[in-house]
Design a protein around this ligand. Structure first.
Ligand code: NAD
Length: 279
């Protein structure tokens, strides 16, 4: 029937994405028929330059929404009719809602991280937070952790200009709270928590993003990488006794936010998380 909701994901190299399973299963619990289509630029040989064609096709086919991932989160912005304040502030979109032909961009990466952080590390001290990695995920989380009330946010990136320009952008919204630092050792002095937002630790990029000696039991550690779910950073931090949050929690949080935007329904976050942990 016509009651089936069509949604999807545009990105490159997304064949192992868990989003189809997460969204379709949650929809099923609501008695909603939903199909989540992977639109993989790597398979079709397309590039972000094909985004206008892909968006026009999605509109013509009656898609209710699209998730957007690497390498399209910034490239999609000029093609949208409207942006949520968060997406505008982050300069990145991971969710597009199609409303009567209008395309509205949102970002549920930051809100998804914040949802997980409040749930998994509710006691965490936000006095002085270090964020390693000022790229896509890092920018979204930076905004989220400042909106949760982080007093200081120290940014470290192997590309110092990236850390500095993110700090400058954040300070426009959160005056005097963000700063760029040249190295992790210096940034971690008297820090209360560490957020890791580089790809280091992924199956194809194993290892630690910083020297293990820089960790200490009083530091909470939040990881973005979720393949594998237990990274070397998390293993090292847990062995020391650090309170930790894995990257899966953020992955679930962003899916919860996207599901609610696509469907207008309240997702059962605990159920989605339980499902994610079984995949
Ligand atoms: P990105 O390339 O946009 O940003 C990574 C940044 O880290 C770059 O600025 C790079 O210069 C910096 N960097 C790399 N190694 C570093 C190091 N050792 N020390 C300091 N800085 C370093 O990548 P991204 O899109 O932000 O993705 C980062 C990771 O986050 C990926 O593994 C991705 O899969 C993951 N991610 C997870 C979720 C989730 O829901 N859990 C969401 C988005 C991204």
């Amino acid at each position: 029937g016509g009651d089936k909701l069509l949604v999807g994901l545009i990105g490159a190299g997304i064949q192992r994405s868990l989003s189809p399973a997460l969204h379709e299963e949650e929809a099923r619990h609501h008695g909603l028929r939903l199909h989540y289509q992977l639109i993989d630029l790597e398979l079709s040989g397309a590039t972000p330059e094909h985004l206008p064609t892909l968006l026009a096709a999605a509109r013509a086919m009656g898609f209710a929404g699209l998730n957007i991932t690497y390498p399209c989160k910034q490239a999609v912005i000029p093609l949208l009719d409207e942006l949520s304040p968060q997406a505008q502030a982050m300069g990145a979109v991971n969710t597009v809602v199609l409303h009567g032909g209008r395309l509205v961009g949102h970002n549920t990466d930051g809100s998804g991280w914040a949802w997980g952080f409040r749930r998994v590390l509710p006691e965490a001290d936000l006095g002085c937070v270090v964020l390693l990695g000022a790229g896509g995920a890092g920018s979204a989380i930076a905004d989220a952790v400042l909106s949760l009330g982080a007093a200081r946010l120290r940014l470290v990136d192997t590309d110092p200009a990236r850390a500095q320009s993110l700090a400058d952008a954040l300070n426009l919204r959160y005056p005097f709270r963000a700063s760029a630092h040249g190295d992790a050792a210096q940034a971690l002095q008297r820090a209360t928590g560490l957020i890791h937002a580089t790809p280091t630790g992924m199956a194809k990029l194993p290892g630690l993003p910083l020297a293990a000696e820089l960790l200490r039991p009083s530091l909470w550690v939040s990881e973005v990488v979720y393949v594998p779910i237990e990274t070397e950073l998390l293993r090292t931090a847990r062995a020391l006794g650090c309170p930790t949050m894995d990257g899966g929690t953020m992955a679930v949080g962003q899916a919860v936010g996207a599901f609610e935007l696509f469907t207008g329904l309240k997702a059962d976050a605990a159920r989605m998380e339980q499902h994610f942990r079984q995949l």
